[in-house]
Design a protein around this ligand. Structure first.
Ligand code: ATP
Length: 518
């Protein structure tokens, strides 16, 4: 039995584990990496495919009302004009003249906080802090710089979130004079430019001409490929409103500050559905149904229910066409952040494409005997953010008895069997008895027909179990002397409890099948 000790990994722990075990590598690692891009190693590609397949199975194969699509990454540039991405898909950014670094203005507030101190008889003082996603270090660094510059010595403690940082007070006049627009990594003040809009789409050229008519974009979302094909799919005649089109694929955004590992990268994958509904449908109830389905799905792949939250966008923050958006958040190692956006987008996108293309996007509803442009509910989930959430949720440290019965620390990945990279590992107990090894190998090949399995003959059995625990293989099957001498079947060890059961080989396959696919 295991004794769970701790389960909350830091991002650094996950990044190190991912590299060490072959889940995720920095892209172009041999050249020192490339910010905002990642490569998925032998285990990572399995985990990622399993996440995508589970999603596809549940939202496409297991439903009569949703069909799939795989549209191209580069589409006619007019699509991005119609969707509003050419005109408006931008973040406000500021540049630092000194360091040449670029920041997202909305993630980098330079704010003045007033507070009073006893020493100066409750007179107001100002403290300038940088609020950014990792602001504890920025706070401390900035405080020191301000202190150096102003040589005012009253120190105070200032807490932001759970982190306490050292901050030095100074006066309002000093504040105004010295600290506005100071780049967080700069040595001197006054280094930041005014915020400017920065379009997040990657541009490329299509065809041999390099003039502006050849400009195209890498898609920043998969959704527009769905809208652009909505008519084609409807015309194939299989489906009737309400229905959905689902797509999994790459998306690219030239994020100003990619950070937090896989959470915000420049190349990522999305799993998106456009669910088309009648204009007068009860969209609030349908929206709620989608939110609940999405939460259930996250739980079904192993995320803890208590880590999932709902962030309802307030009315004043909604785009003019949006009726309501709720983000499902997850408690990531760097904080509670958006994982899955579930938006009611009205008929904005189809109407825009109708207007810009001149082609009708109307749907003839045979039951209602009327034409309309359907409205849409859009659940949009990032594969990479799901991958990160799954890693964080699976990471566990506990203690189990070693071969001598003494407690030993281990770290394991408690992946749900559905998405674990390897489902079963097979171990012949010893490697120098050919009959036993051969028997185990034959059983392994039977399992391999169904699942991705791991074959390991080397080292003490305890060590072999431990290696699989660390990469999250849920079941270990051992072929021992009783298997071949007495026909006593095989043992199956459970990764999480370390408990073992003995079953005949056929029973073992049925048992595993129930656990993994059931
Ligand atoms: P954010 O506010 O975090 O930039 P967003 O609201 O722009 O995200 P959407 O446009 O709604 O994100 O994209 C849908 C989903 O795609 C997000 O919920 C997220 O899971 C994923 N996603 C978006 N941008 C990125 C990115 N840069 N890296 C990884 N995943 C992303």
């Amino acid at each position: 039995m295991s004794n769970e000790a701790s389960s909350t990994p830091t991002m650094e722990t996950l990044i190190a584990l991912c590299k060490r075990r072959g889940f995720v590598f920095p892209s172009s690692d041999v050249y020192g990496g490339y910010q905002g891009f990642f490569d998925f190693g032998p285990l990572g590609v399995e985990l990622k495919n399993n996440i995508k397949n589970a999603w596809w199975k549940d939202f496409v194969h297991r439903r009569d009302d949703i069909v799939g699509l795989d549209s191209s990454i580069i589409m006619h540039p007019k699509i991005w004009v119609a969707s509003g991405h050419v005109g408006g898909f931008s973040d406000p950014m500021v540049d630092c003249r000194e360091t040449k670094l670029r920041y997202r203005a909305d993630q980098l507030f330079i704010q003045a906080y007033t507070f009073t101190s006893e020493e100066t008889e409750n007179q107001s003082h100002y403290v300038t802090v940088v609020e950014s996603e990792d602001n504890a270090a920025a706070l401390a660094a900035r405080a020191k710089k301000i202190a150096k510059l102003l040589s005012k010595k009253t120190e105070a403690k200032f807490s932001v979130g759970e982190t306490e940082a050292e901050i030095i007070e100074f006066t309002e006049a000093d504040h105004a004079q010295q600290t506005s627009a100071w780049g967080p990594d700069a040595e001197a003040p006054e280094t930041l430019t005014e915020p400017r809009d920065f379009n997040l789409m990657f541009e490329t050229k299509v065809g041999p001409l390099a003039d502006s008519s050849a400009t195209a974009y890498l898609r920043p979302e998969t959704a527009q490929g769905i809208f652009a094909n909505y008519k084609n799919v409807v015309d194939t005649g299989r489906i009737k409103v309400p229905f959905g089109i689902a797509q999994v694929g790459k998306a690219f955004r030239n994020e100003i500050t990619p950070r937090n590992f896989l959470f915000r990268s420049r190349e990522f994958e999305q799993m998106e559905i456009e669910y088309f509904i009648q204009p007068d449908a009860d969209w609030q109830s349908l929206h709620r149904e989608w939110i609940d389905k999405c939460i259930d799905w996250l739980v079904s792949i192993g995320l803890p229910r208590e880590g999932i939250g709902e962030d309802v966008h307030p009315a004043h923050k909604l785009s003019h066409y949006s009726k309501g958006t709720t983000d499902l958040t997850f408690d990531f190692p760097h904080g509670v952040q958006e994982l899955w956006g579930i938006a009611c987008r009205g008929n904005f996108d189809l109407s825009q494409h109708q207007e810009h293309s001149g082609k009708s996007m109307e749907y003839f509803d045979e039951q209602q005997k009327q034409k309309y442009i359907p409205h849409v509910i859009e659940p949009s989930l990032g594969v990479d953010r799901t991958f990160l959430a799954v890693l964080a949720a699976a990471y566990t440290e506990d203690e189990i008895p070693n071969d001598k019965g003494q407690p030993e620390k281990r770290s394991l990945m408690k992946f749900h069997p559905r998405i674990a990279p390897y489902k079963v590992a097979v171990f012949p107990l010893v490697k120098n008895k050919p009959e036993l090894v051969e028997h185990a190998r034959t059983f392994y090949e039977r399992l391999q027909n169904r699942w991705n399995c791991f074959w390991d003959v080397s080292g003490a059995i305890g060590r072999r179990y431990r290696r699989q625990d660390e990469i999250g293989t849920p079941y270990g099957v051992t072929v021992d002397f009783d298997t071949i001498e007495k026909g006593a079947g095989v043992t199956i060890r459970d990764r999480d409890t370390t408990e073992q059961i003995r079953l005949s080989e056929d029973e073992a396959i049925a048992w595993l099948s129930e656990k993994i696919d059931g």
